[in-house]
Ligand binder design. Structure first.
Ligand SMILES: [Cu+2]
Length: 136
């Protein structure tokens, strides 16, 4: 899957980057796979600002099957097209969310989008946040 590193934070050389993967979805039919994912919102698209987009720091997705056949997607910060019928509603930067990552993997129709975005409790600990708890 195409992973556009945000702010140059991530070295993602080995991950195949498909230009088409982030294109907005229309009626692409049933996705080839849907992965439940959790993460923290890093950016929210702002109306009138085409550069803004929905960006999530997501946890590892161990079962993810990449377009290049690789299994697993590491935790990373990535822009996510949002499903056409999905409203971000009251989702804000910093929110912890769960969502379904829908993936279309047929050559020529590849793409992905976030669906079923649900806000999780603010104290939800994500895999990449697992620092030792302070001693009581
Ligand atoms: Cu990713």
């Amino acid at each position: 899957m195409c992973i556009a590193a945000v702010g140059g934070m991530l070295a993602l050389g080995p991950i195949a980057c498909e230009r088409e993967s982030g294109s907005p979805s229309h009626d692409r039919g049933t996705p080839n796979a849907v992965y439940p994912v959790r993460g923290r919102v890093e950016m929210i698209p702002i109306a009138g600002q085409p550069q803004s987009e929905f960006v999530v720091h997501h946890e590892e997705v161990p079962s993810f099957l990449g377009f290049d056949g690789r299994v697993g997607m590491p935790s990373m910060v990535m822009p996510l097209p949002v499903g056409r019928d999905v409203s971000l509603g009251d989702i804000r930067v910093g929110d912890i969310i769960s969502f379904d990552l829908a993936v279309w993997s047929e050559p020529g129709h590849r793409g992905y989008e976030a669906r079923n975005i649900v806000k999780l409790p603010a104290d939800t600990r994500l895999g990449f946040d697992m620092t030792p708890a302070p001693h009581p």
